[in-house]
Design a protein around this ligand. Structure first.
Ligand code: ZN
Ligand code: ZN
Length: 340
């Protein structure tokens, strides 16, 4: 018996599409959208769907193509549901080609719902896509979560830039494991006493010397700075502490006891007492900080090599003590402060 075949199943695509365009029954359109043999016919049916429940249902189904899901989600009046679908596609469709990446960026641009933006910011694989989501994120607790827990340095910094909530900033300044982030958060704190407590903690305990130095430069309490200037083992860190030190008595103590000649000279200069005077032959000494420097008077000779100007070296001999140097051997570097 001849089975009646509806016109939308016609092998003639134009005829099938014409038939679809006459259908208004939403369930039937959904069925055609799922089962029609030709893609263009399926799309024609889906385009005709206006029923929000059916549209949402198609948009949410992960086995539908991203193209279909996006097309349908764009017709949803409930933007939060549409955003859930866009976010889901951004997170789970990780094709590495440029077109797919570009599409993911476009979807992130469409997002307005903070929950979906947060979902992308935390879970997308592309770092750049996550960064784009963070730029749209205003939800302070999600931004705090990212600032504290995110593995990627750049994303932690981007998230922190968007945090304005003072309670969250305090939480980060106290609890982040990244001292760079802690310093950045502390700079935004209104409570200056708390800020100083955190700077002190970082100045004394951070594992990164450069961060200890940054924190030292923010310290106000001279007794904390003096403590670091006197007892810190690492010379670079101690140098920074002495650089910000103002206490005359501690500076006087430093020029007498610090084992680093460059730190003694800096402290001496800060006190205005530094003066290099003739000492033993070919040496100068500051009586205040006891550092010594060489004072040879070299007669230099240039030795050209080949025909190239600038290719050569100097050698020389001190006219007073006879010490000689040859620039290529580095012995010219006899100089610089030291302590005898
Ligand atoms: Zn001196
Ligand atoms: Zn000499």
């Amino acid at each position: 018996m001849g089975l009646f075949k509806p016109a939308w199943q016609s092998k003639n695509i134009e005829k099938a599409i014409r038939a679809v365009k006459k259908i208004t029954d939403q369930t039937m359109l959904a069925e055609i959208g799922k089962t029609a043999e030709y893609g263009v016919v399926r799309f024609a049916a889906i385009e005709m769907i206006t029923d929000q429940v059916i549209l949402a249902d198609i948009a949410k189904k992960k086995h539908n193509s991203s193209h279909t899901r996006i097309m349908v989600a764009e017709k949803l009046t409930d933007k939060a549901i549409a955003d859930t679908v866009f976010a889901d596609i951004v997170i789970n469709d990780n094709s590495r080609d440029n077109t797919s990446q570009k599409k993911r960026f476009e979807l992130v641009k469409k997002l307005t719902d903070q929950l979906s933006i947060a979902n992308v910011a935390k879970n997308a694989i592309d770092i750049a896509v996550r960064e784009a989501a963070i730029h749209k994120l205003t939800d302070q607790s999600t931004l705090t979560h990212i600032t504290i827990n995110e593995q990627n340095n750049g994303l932690r910094k981007e998230a922190l830039l968007r945090i304005t909530n003072h309670i969250m900033l305090v939480d980060i300044a106290k609890n982040s494991k990244d001292d760079y982030i802690r310093i950045s958060a502390t700079q935004k704190l209104v409570d200056q006493d708390l800020a100083q407590t955190i700077y002190t903690d970082i100045a004394k305990n951070s594992r990164e010397d450069y961060l200890r130095q940054s924190a030292i430069r923010k310290l106000i309490d001279q007794s904390v700075i003096a403590d670091i200037a006197k007892h810190e083992e690492t010379e670079d860190v101690r140098y920074t502490a002495v650089d910000v030190l103002t206490s005359q008595s501690v500076l006087t103590d430093i020029i007498k006891h610090d084992k680093s000649s460059s730190i003694r000279v800096m402290a001496c200069k800060k006190l205005g007492t530094h003066s290099m005077n003739p000492y033993k032959q070919c040496r100068l000494k500051c009586d205040a900080c006891s550092v010594v420097d060489y004072d040879h008077e070299y007669a230099k000779t240039y030795h050209g090599l080949g025909s190239f100007i600038g290719h050569g070296y100097y050698s020389g001999k001190c006219t007073k003590c006879g010490h000689s140097f040859n620039e290529n051997e580095g012995s010219h570097a006899e100089g610089g402060y030291y302590i005898e």
